[in-house]
Write a protein that binds this ligand. Structure first.
Ligand code: FE
Length: 205
């Protein structure tokens, strides 16, 4: 890198692989054309890096305990999660799909790895794998069984395909026996996998 456009933290003494060079070039173009501000990308990465599945679990637990919040979450996820302090980037929409005893949603990005990072942090490696992306749509029940999730045949399975514009978050079923539990304890039952749809929320111990 020999021009005056610097990237803090970039190792100039290590040759960049092709894809990294392309990413740097695209970033440089976006900044030079004022499509993104110089700090915007870093702030977005930093924000996503602070997120973990515990953040999505907070949202789920609130929806389980507050029916009015749940209605708002289903109708307008962006505004609802903002109530809990989560700001979604302006171009990445969020849709919340609810699992019930009749229908089960499974999330995939068949094209690449689109994922609700603003709610869950970075996706697990398997989510990005070609095998998952392909098999989730072809044989979702078999994939879920491999994750240990055995659904009754009368539960309908809907596979939802995330895109860069619209990412999906599953609202898992509230487990039996969790009645009366405080919101913070309920959040402990909400696993990352249950918010992707390859698992259910944990049963109370
Ligand atoms: Fe993607």
């Amino acid at each position: 890198m020999s021009d005056d456009h610097t990237h803090p933290g970039l190792q100039h003494d290590v040759p960049l692989p092709g894809r990294a060079k392309r990413a740097v070039a695209i970033h440089r173009l976006l900044v030079s054309k004022s499509i993104v501000g110089p700090d915007e990308v870093r702030e977005t990465i930093d924000r996503a890096g602070r997120r973990t599945p515990a953040d999505g679990a907070r949202v789920v637990a609130r929806a389980w305990t507050d029916p009015a919040f749940k209605t708002r979450l289903m109708d307008d996820p962006r505004s609802a999660v903002f109530e809990l302090g989560y700001r979604l980037s302006r171009d990445a929409g969020l849709a919340v799909v609810e699992n019930t005893d009749r229908v089960h949603h499974l999330v995939v990005c068949t094209l690449c790895s689109c994922y609700p990072t603003a709610m869950l942090g970075q996706p697990p490696d398997w989510y990005k794998s070609f095998a998952y992306r392909q098999r989730a749509v072809v044989e979702p029940r078999a994939v879920m069984r491999e994750f240990g999730l055995h659904l009754d045949e009368d539960v309908a399975v809907r596979v939802v395909d995330s895109t860069a514009d619209l990412r999906y978050l599953v609202l898992p079923r509230r487990p039996n026996g969790s009645e009366g539990m405080p919101e913070a304890e309920l959040a402990e039952l909400v696993t990352r996998d249950s918010m992707i749809g390859v698992g259910q929320a944990r049963n109370p111990a």
